[in-house]
Structures are given as C-alpha cells and as structure tokens.
Design a protein around this ligand. Structure first.
Ligand code: SF4
Length: 218
C-alpha cells in the first residue's frame, strides 16, 4: 500500500506541477465544457466511460435535434438513443438523460444547481460530474477526480480511495486551497503524459523523489 504524503510533500507536489504545467488560459475547452450550463451537464453525463471524441460526436448529434430539457423530453427514447449512440451505454444514458431533464424542469424550474449536493442529487450526476460543473461552469476551486487523477493520487500517496469519489473526498481534505484552482488540469495532464496507466515515465518524473509508489521504476 502506498504511504500517504505529508502536508509539506503535498505542497511540493503541487509546486512542481505548477512549474511543469503553468496555468494555460489559452487552452481549448474540454468536451465537458459549454457556456450553456444544461448542455455542459449533459456533456458530462454522456462522457461516462466514453472517449472524448465519441462524447463530442454524441453531444453534437443530440444537440442538433434538441438542447433543452423540454425539447429532449419531447424526443422518443429511440431518437435520443440513436443520437447518443457513439458514446456507448446509450440505452442506460437515454434513461438517465430523460430523468435528468425531468428533474431539472420539475425540481429546479429549468435551472442547474450550483452546489455539489444539489448537482449530485440530480439523476445520473455523480461526484465527478458535479465537481467538473463546479470547476468549469461555476469557476469554483475544485479538483475533479477522473480516472487519470485517481490513478496519480493513489500512486503518489497524494490521496487515497478505492473509487474516484472516495479519492476526490480525500484529496479535497488534503490539497492546499491554492492548488485547487489548477490542480485538476495539472494532475490530468500529468497522468496522461507522465504517470500513464501503462509504463509510467518514472525515471524522467519530476515527482520521483517524493513519490511513494511501490512499483516506481528507477
Ligand atoms: S515516479 Fe512514477 S509512479 Fe510516481 S508519480 Fe512519477 S511517474 Fe507516477
């Protein structure tokens, strides 16, 4: 089991990530970002276990037909499923999407809640989607934990958890406040480029002297 990092080591991790990935205001938006809150939420729901390119295709096809709760509810289940087919699990996601639309209309008068509890109470919206909405749509300092962030945190000893949600709760308690502004994108890029799922680049890793991963390569 990876030993948890101490507070000073956690600060050092984020300082090194900041040096490696300075905040980039010119970065292109992720597939889950959209200036329209409802569309951003739908993008997040559709992104579960789907590659970004497939999510984008599904989103585009759906929003060509309907992009509000009421107009999506007016489509048949078959129409929705056909539109979102590229992102996989389309029957389940169709049911979730319809329930989400219903809840947004009936419980929130068509508006999207702007706190974690309210977002997570919506059908089909878990901790990751809620945190992505808080970060990208509402500009809150939140480190959303996806599969890459979850892996990096658990290997390093930055935060632990059996699930992404558990890691997110632990990371939220351990990360310094200043690091939560850019921490999501930095850990995400670090996980994709260096601490990769297969063959992490440990010998070239700027965090190697801090990292507690049992299987760290030297
Ligand atoms: S040393 Fe290896 S396992 Fe540890 S953070 Fe760097 S790449 Fe990941």
């Amino acid at each position: 089991m990876t030993l948890p990092l101490k507070p000073k080591q956690i600060e050092a991790v984020f300082e090194r990530l900041e040096a490696l990935f300075p905040s980039d205001t010119a970065r292109p938006p992720t597939v889950k970002e959209d200036i329209d809150l409802f569309r951003a939420l739908v993008g997040c729901l559709l992104s579960a276990q789907s590659r970004d390119a497939n999510t984008l295709k599904a989103k585009t096809q759906l929003f060509e037909r309907a992009d509000t709760p009421a107009t999506i509810l007016a489509l048949s289940d078959d129409e929705v499923a056909t539109a979102i087919k590229p992102c996989g699990l389309y029957n389940m996601k169709t049911r979730s999407l319809k329930k989400l639309c219903r809840a947004v209309l009936d419980l929130h008068d068509g508006k999207i809640p702007r706190n974690r509890a309210g977002l997570m109470a919506l059908p089909g919206i878990g901790r990751k989607c809620a945190d992505i909405m808080l970060l990208f749509s509402y500009g809150e300092p939140v480190i959303a934990v996806d599969t890459h962030v979850h892996r990096v945190c658990n290997r390093l000893g930055l935060a632990s958890g059996k699930s992404e949600a558990e890691t997110a709760r632990n990371l939220d308690a351990r990360a310094p406040a200043w690091a939560k502004v850019n921490g999501h994108m930095q850990l995400l890029d670090f996980g994709k480029q260096i601490c990769r799922a297969r063959a992490p680049k440990c010998p070239n890793c700027t965090l190697s002297s801090i990292c507690n991963y049992d299987e760290k390569q030297t």
